[in-house]
Design a binder for this molecule. Structure first.
Ligand SMILES: Cc1cc2nc3c(=O)[nH]c(=O)nc-3n(C[C@H](O)[C@H](O)[C@H](O)COP(=O)(O)O)c2cc1C
Length: 369
């Protein structure tokens, strides 16, 4: 039977050759938000054919929206030019379609990169002011954010629209809003971090208002023929927090605004979370949102084997699968999965020589080199 994982899928004008996505992965390697040679390596390797779609890391719409001083940004002409160089490089040699995730870290900003400890920055390390729905730190000892005013909310909505125009000029095929992992939009969605008493806090409708306004502003800045998605944390894994029922409602609202898929992650809002880590542990969220909100979903998290991917897609639990660490471990994942499942995946022409079906033909006749 034909592989579901290797069947094409279309979102608006974008046709993807298979259902495998390389997940966005922060590299903590930018200078004032700008990409560099490392990103040629990081994204270039995946663009050769690891997946139909390769996502660029969480790219922040303002300097204070970065998690660390080394995070990616899309707030200056220099940021735009630097990432365009990387995207042009991936297009020149690679075959994958390219997406980018736009974000704001909110109260989780102003920290050291994980490799340096991941702790809040001290003043002598260049600590900067963080903003959030309410003046509540992520954890004891973390920066207390400044509660956002309505002017801040308008400024951030505009910043997302401006960054969307920048990534359009760069030439991305798809843009994603980061609505999960305890960053700014998730902070608004969750009643644990949003204690506002104005129209942006309290009821579910109010907590969704800022994320939805931002998505709408991005959609208005992004062409109708190009797809847009949102990554969410489907639950906080904390009693009294954001949950899957609210995620279904949020996904329905996103769909009405022209969202093409919801990428279903979870957690990272509150250190009290209890994660039931196991292979595919977040897949049930993708399945439920797909069925109950009627929107395509991407499943992510501890998805590592071709047959696991095939099962998720063929059984209708999600439309696509997204790999982060699995893709780093094996940047040729899609090629190997295609072999195992008797299917085909796109190859960068310069690497076609390694295709198992062509190897016996080419080398005996010395037709290469
Ligand atoms: C090094 C690293 C960086 C990450 N950066 C991001 C990011 O920029 N945006 C995001 O939504 N998730 C990020 N994540 C989470 C992954 O995209 C993914 O959701 C998570 O690692 C689970 O998938 P996996 O089990 O395939 O690694 C990151 C994960 C890793 C390991």
């Amino acid at each position: 039977m034909a592989s579901a994982l290797f069947s094409p899928i279309k979102f608006r004008g974008l046709e993807l050759a298979n259902r495998i996505v390389v997940s966005p992965m922060c590299q903590y390697n930018s200078e004032d938000g700008s990409a560099n040679d490392w990103h040629l390596m990081h994204l270039g390797q995946f663009s050769l054919g690891a997946a139909a779609l390769v996502m660029t890391e969480m790219t922040n719409v303002s300097p204070e929206g970065r998690i660390t001083h080394k995070c990616a940004g899309m707030y200056s002409d220099a940021n735009e030019a630097a990432l365009k160089r990387v995207v042009d490089f991936c297009r020149k040699y690679g075959v994958a379609k390219l997406g980018v995730q736009l974000a704001h870290a909110g109260r989780k900003g102003s920290t050291q990169p994980p490799a340096a400890g991941g702790q809040p920055l001290k003043p002598e390390e260049g600590a900067y002011e963080t903003i959030a729905p309410s003046a509540l730190p992520y954890a004891p000892g973390w920066h207390t954010p400044r509660a956002m005013t309505k002017a801040d909310i308008e400024r951030i909505v505009d910043a997302f629209a401006e960054s969307t125009k920048r990534v359009l000029r760069i030439g991305y095929d798809l843009v994603e809003l980061h609505g999960g992992h305890g960053y700014l939009f998730h902070q608004f969605l969750s009643p644990l971090s949003n204690r506002r008493t104005d129209e942006y806090g309290g009821s579910l409708e109010n907590r969704m208002r800022f994320p939805l306004q931002t998505f709408a502003a991005m959609r208005a800045a992004w062409p109708a023929e190009r797809p847009m998605g949102v990554r969410i944390s489907a639950t906080d894994w904390v009693e009294g927090g954001w949950n899957i029922e609210e995620s279904v409602v949020f996904s329905r609202e996103l769909k009405k605004l022209g969202c093409d898929y919801v990428d279903c992650s979870s957690g990272a809002l509150d250190p009290r979370q209890q994660l039931p880590l196991a292979p595919g542990y977040q897949v049930p969220f993708a399945e439920r949102i797909r069925k109950e909100a009627g929107i395509p979903t991407i499943a992510v998290g501890l998805i590592t084997s071709p047959r696991q991917c095939e099962e998720i897609v063929s059984s209708g639990k999600a439309d696509m699968v997204c790999l982060a660490r699995g893709a780093m471990w094996n940047p040729r994942f899609a090629w190997h999965a295609a072999e195992e499942l008797g299917a085909e995946a796109p190859y960068a022409p310069k690497y076609m020589a390694c295709h198992p079906k062509l190897r016996p033909q080419i080398f005996p006749n010395r037709k290469v080199g």
